[in-house]
Unconditional design. Sequence first.
Length: 285
Amino acid sequence: MGAEPATASDWSLTNGHGYILARDRSHAAASRLNLQFYLWKDALKFNIHPSISAALPKTAVIADVAAGTGIWLIDTARQLPEAQLDGLDYNLLQSPPQKWLPPNVQMRHWNIFDDIPDDLVGKYDLVHTRLLVLVVESKNPRAIIRNLRKLLKPGGYLQWDELDTVHMTVKKLDPKRQTPALDQLRDWSWADGRHDWTVRLPEFLAEEGFQDARADFIEDPLELARAFNEQHLLTAEEFAEGLVKLGKTEAGSKYFRIVEDAYNESVAGAALCVPRVVCVAQKPL
């Protein structure tokens, strides 16, 4: 991959800056995250992987790490009314007020890189997390894995959902049609392999003491390809805004232009398709 040097405007420009998507523009960012959840749910057909849900007790204690708007918790609470669900995030601006949440859901401040509060150590039957691609740097998720492992009870399960940027493609009605903007977004998203660690999650989890680690790879259903494409364009616009706020104005402006061109290409019958990776593993007893 690579139509242009990786230093131009790709996702590696976030290195050292953590999560830069537009949480201070919360109405738009939260709407994108909620749309993203429902698209994922439609594509996956589950919130909790079937291999895990079959093993969970009705009164399971579950954490959603990097919970964002809380939408995964809210939807899962309907399916598991006797379970206790905790949403953990360093920023709760996008989540509803506690009084508006289901009675078995609560939100709590916690940064995934911080020490774990004593009352959360070994608490959970299931820890779920999703889309940490902009949080993990240097292709090394080990520090995060260690913290997630500490949250789990012995025998507890981890489910980590990510994007597979290694195998992302631009799908087209007409294979001969040129799609330079979508191709550029694909290459910038790949970022010279910045996110390749996602397809190796089972390997990383096994190295950190998990057992039975495996990954499922789920592609976009064709009927959802356009919807996912639009969601990716929204993410790209937030990324461009983040670059501008970091002082990378030229790179941000270039991103905005590419997004506009990419939308025009998608109207003509093309879509950026990024498969999902769902990795499950168990903490030994």
